[in-house]
Design a protein around this ligand. Structure first.
Ligand code: SF4
Length: 685
C-alpha cells in the first residue's frame, strides 16, 4: 500500500531565516520539501538551494559507510570499513593521545547544521569529558556578535515581521535576496507601501539592483560612513536628545569624534561622494520609523567590530527604537539566550575543573603547523571535524592544506560527502542529513524556536552526530549516565519553559515572548540597561582601517592595488551545495567580478581566465566584467570546493589569518590582490 506523509522539519543551514519545512514522504522516501505556509517568517517559501534538498540527500556520492584512508592525505582514496572497526580505531587513537595530553585533541565544527543536538550537544559532552581543547567558533560572526554584546548587552534586535511597516530600510552589508530571502519579502512589502530602500554594500548585488539607492562604499569603511552620518545628525539636529539622555551612556565622547567626520572626509575614506553621505544621513535623520538590516558581510574586516558598534548606535541617536518598525537587526540569537539550556546539553561541568586551552578555528592553518610550546600547549595531534569543511572555508589555504596534510595528524571527519576536508581524513564517518535525524533550532534572524522531526530513516549506515559521540563515549569508557541520553531527551532539555515541548512537537515552532518594540523605553540587556556607546573596557568606537589598505599598508597596496571581497555565490551556502549538480550548473565556474575599468587596465576580457594573486597564493578563476564590481574592488564569489574549482584552489588561497578588532574573527573581506590575465578569453555562456 502506498503511503504519503507530511513531516515538519526545519532548515539546518547557516542562514538567518531558519525556515519551517514540510517534507513530503512517499513510501519512506522524501520526494519534496516545501516552505511551511503557516510559519510566519517562512510564509511557504524556501530558497532555491534548499528546495533541492532531496537531490542533496539522495545524491549518488553520499558517504553511506565508514571509510578508512588508503591513499595519501588529500588524494581521496578510501576503503570501506565497519562501524565497529572505525570506532574501535578512533577510540584507541584518542585514548593514546589523551594519555599524554587530551588537549592535543581538537574538535572542529561550525554551522554545517545549526541544530542544537547535532551541533554541540553530545559532542560537547564528549569533548568536555575527554578534556580536549576548546574551540573558539569565530569564523563567521563573532566580530559583529561581540559588537552587539558590547553595545546592547546581547545579540538582540528588531522583529523580522515589522520591517514591513518601516518607512526607510538601510540594507547594510547584506545581499538579502541571496542570503536573507525572508527578510527581503518584508522589505518588499515596505517598498510597496512607499518605503525607501537603500543598499550599502561594496558589491552591486541583486538586492542593490532592487533598492532605490545603492551606496557602493569601499570594503572596511562602514564605520567611517556611520561616523559621517552621525556628523550630519548632529549638525542638523536630527537627534532624539531625550532618548540619548535616558537610554545611552557615553554619547559626549562619540559626539566629539563624529564631529571630526564631515561629509567630505567621510566620502574620501569610503570612496563615495559627499552628497551620498549627506543624503543618507538626511534620509535616516528625518524618516521614522527607520530600520537597519545589518548583516555579517560588513564585519569581515579588521575594524568589523568597531563598525558594527557604530551602526548599532545609530538607532539610539534618532530614537528609531521607539517604533516597532524602527531599530536594527544584525542577530536575534541573543533573544534565545535565557530560554536555552546550553549547559544542560553540552555539560561543561564534565571538565571537572580542568583548565584547557582554546584553539581559534580561524587560525587553524597556523595552529596545525605549530610545535608544542609553553605558550601554545601541545602540538595538535588529532582533529575531529563535524559540521564544517575547513580545508575549503578557513583562510589562507596554503597553510590550512599543509596542516591537514601532516602525516602525523590523526583526522576524523563526520560528513555527508567527500569534501576537501574529508579527503584529508584518516577515518570518514557517514553523517545523517536533516531529513534523517531529530533536532531543535534557534534562529539568528527571527524569534521562533523550531523543531526538526526526522522524515526518513538514515540512508546506508549513516548515523546522527549525537549517536556517533554516544558510541565513541562508550568505547572510551565514559560511564556517566548523560552519554546514554537519547535524542528526544536532549531535545526536551534544550529549552526552558517559554518553549513548551508539547507545543514545539505539535506545531513545529514556538515564538518567544518579546515585546513588539523591545527598546522603545530603553531596557537593553546590558548591565546598565542602556546602550553602551562607551562600552566597558573598549571605550568609544572609531573607524579602524583595514589590515590591508592604501592607508594602513601603502607599500603592499602599490603591489596589490585591488581590494577583494569574497561573498557567497548565490547558489551556494558557504561551501554547502557546491556538489549539487543542478546548483553548480547555474554557477558554472568560479567567478571574479571586475569593473570594466580595472579589467581594461589589465587587458582582461569578460570570460577570460584570470589569476588572483598576492604574497599568500594564487587563485585561478574566470573574470566577469560587470557593474556588480565597483572600481578598485573585485568580488571573488565563493566558496567553491577546491577540488571542484579550477586548478584545485579556491578564493581562500589569497585570504589571510589576521583577526578582527573584536571577536577574534577572520578578516576575509580585508584582502589586497592583483589580477592577471591567464590565456585568451573564452566565449561567454
Ligand atoms: S532561506 Fe535560509 S533558512 Fe530558508 S531554506 Fe534557504 S537556507 Fe534554509
Amino acid at each position: 500500500m502506498n503511503t504519503t506523509t507530511i513531516v515538519r522539519a526545519a532548515c539546518p543551514h547557516d542562514c538567518p531565516d531558519t525556515c519551517a519545512i514540510r517534507v513530503t514522504v512517499e513510501n519512506g522516501r522524501a520526494v519534496k520539501v516545501q516552505g511551511d505556509p503557516d510559519h510566519p517568517p517562512t510564509h511557504g517559501a524556501l530558497c532555491t538551494k534548499v528546495s533541492r534538498y532531496p537531490e542533496r540527500t539522495y545524491h549518488p556520492e553520499r558517504v553511506l559507510h565508514p571509510l578508512r584512508r588508503v591513499g595519501r592525505k588529500g588524494e581521496g582514496r578510501f576503503e570501506r570499513i565497519s562501524w565497529d572497526a572505525a570506532l574501535g580505531e578512533i577510540a584507541a587513537r584518542l585514548q593514546a593521545i589523551a594519555a599524554r595530553d587530551p588537549q592535543a585533541i581538537v574538535p572542529y565544527s561550525y554551522a554545517g547544521t545549526m541544530g542544537l543536538l547535532q551541533g554541540e550537544a553530545m559532542a560537547g559532552r564528549f569533548f568536555h569529558r575527554l578534556g580536549a581543547s576548546l574551540l573558539d567558533r569565530t569564523i563567521c560572526s563573532s566580530a559583529g556578535g561581540d559588537a552587539l554584546v558590547a553595545t546592547y548587552g546581547g545579540k538582540v534586535g528588531m522583529h523580522l515581521e515589522f520591517y514591513a511597516e518601516s518607512r526607510l530600510i538601510l540594507i547594510w552589508g547584506s545581499n538579502s535576496i541571496a542570503s536573507n530571502l525572508h527578510f527581503w519579502t518584508y522589505a518588499q512589502a515596505a517598498k510597496r507601501a512607499g518605503a525607501k530602500l537603500v543598499c550599502i554594500d561594496p558589491r552591486r548585488t541583486e538586492t542593490a539592483d532592487k533598492c532605490h539607492q545603492h551606496i557602493a562604499l569601499l570594503p572596511g569603511t562602514d564605520g567611517a560612513l556611520a561616523l559621517g552620518m552621525m556628523h550630519e545628525l548632529i549638525v542638523h539636529d536630527w537627534l532624539d536628545a531625550d532618548y540619548i539622555e535616558r537610554h545611552t551612556d557615553g554619547w559626549p565622547a562619540l559626539r566629539a569624534r563624529a564631529l571630526e567626520w564631515p561629509p567630505e572626509r567621510t566620502a574620501a575614506v569610503c570612496g563615495i561622494t559627499a552628497d551620498e553621505v549627506r543624503g543618507l544621513a538626511r534620509d535616516y535623520g528625518t524618516t521614522q520609523p527607520a530600520a537597519i538590516r545589518l548583516n555579517y558581510g560588513m564585519q569581515r574586516v579588521r575594524g568589523g567590530g568597531n563598525a558594527a558598534r557604530l551602526v548599532a548606535i545609530l538607532p539610539c541617536l534618532t530614537g528609531a527604537w521607539r517604533h516597532r518598525a524602527g531599530g536594527m537587526l544584525l542577530s536575534a540569537s541573543g533573544w534565545f539566550k535565557s530560554h536555552r539550556n546550553d549547559a544542560a546539553l553540552q555539560r561543561p561541568d564534565l571538565l571537572a575543573g580542568r583548565a584547557v586551552r582554546t584553539i581559534n578555528m580561524s587560525t587553524i592553518g597556523d595552529d596545525l603547523l605549530r610545535e608544542s610550546s609553553p605558550a601554545f600547549g601541545p602540538r595538535i595531534e588529532a582533529l575531529i571535524v563535524y559540521n564544517s569543511n575547513p580545508v575549503a572555508v578557513a583562510p589562507e589555504s596554503k597553510k590550512v592544506v599543509a596542516g591537514f596534510a601532516r602525516e602525523d595528524l590523526y583526522t576524523v571527519v563526520l560528513e555527508h560527502f567527500m569534501t576537501d576536508t574529508a579527503d584529508h581524513a584518516d577515518i570518514v564517518l557517514p553523517a545523517t542529513t536533516q531529513l534523517e535525524h531529530l533536532d531543535v533550532h534557534t534562529s539568528y534572524g527571527h524569534t521562533y524556536a523550531m523543531l526538526n522531526q526526522p522524515a526518513i530513516a538514515p540512508l546506508g549506515e549513516a548515523k546522527p552526530n549525537t549517536q556517533v559521540f554516544r558510541e565513541l563515549a562508550a568505547r572510551m569508557g565514559f560511564a556517566e549516565a548523560c552519554f546514554r541520553d537519547d535524542d528526544e531527551t536532549l531535545a526536551r532539555a534544550a529549552f526552558g519553559p517559554a518553549v513548551p515541548w508539547d507545543q514545539l512537537r505539535e506545531r513545529g515552532w514556538v515564538k518567544l515572548p518579546i515585546p513588539d518594540a523591545p527598546f522603545a523605553d530603553g531596557g537593553f540587556p546590558s548591565a546598565s540597561g542602556r546602550c553602551q556607546i562607551d562600552a566597558p573596557g573598549l571605550g568609544v568606537p572609531d573607524h579602524v582601517p583595514n589590515h590591508e589598505s592604501a592607508q594602513s599598508a601603502p607599500a603592499l597596496a602599490r603591489r596589490y592595488p585591488l581590494a577583494m571581497i569574497s561573498p557567497p555565490a548565490r547558489n551556494f551556502l558557504n561551501s554547502t551545495f557546491v556538489n549539487v549538480q543542478s546548483l553548480r550548473d547555474v554557477e558554472a565556474e568560479p567567478l571574479l567580478e571586475m569593473h570594466a575599468g580595472d579589467a581594461a587596465a589589465r587587458g582582461i576580457a569578460d570570460g577570460q581566465r584570470v589569476r588572483v594573486v598576492n604574497d599568500r597564493g594564487s587563485y585561478l578563476c574566470v573574470a566577469r566584467v560587470s557593474e556588480r564590481a565597483r572600481p578598485g574592488v573585485v568580488n571573488g564569489l565563493g566558496i567553491w570546493w577546491r577540488k571542484l574549482g579550477l586548478e584545485g584552489t579556491n578564493v581562500n588561497e589569497v585570504t589571510h589569518q589576521k583577526l578582527t578588532d573584536l571577536g577574534r574573527a577572520p578578516a576575509f573581506y580585508d584582502c589586497l590582490v592583483e589580477v592577471r590575465p591567464e590565456g585568451a578569453a573564452a566565449a561567454r555562456a
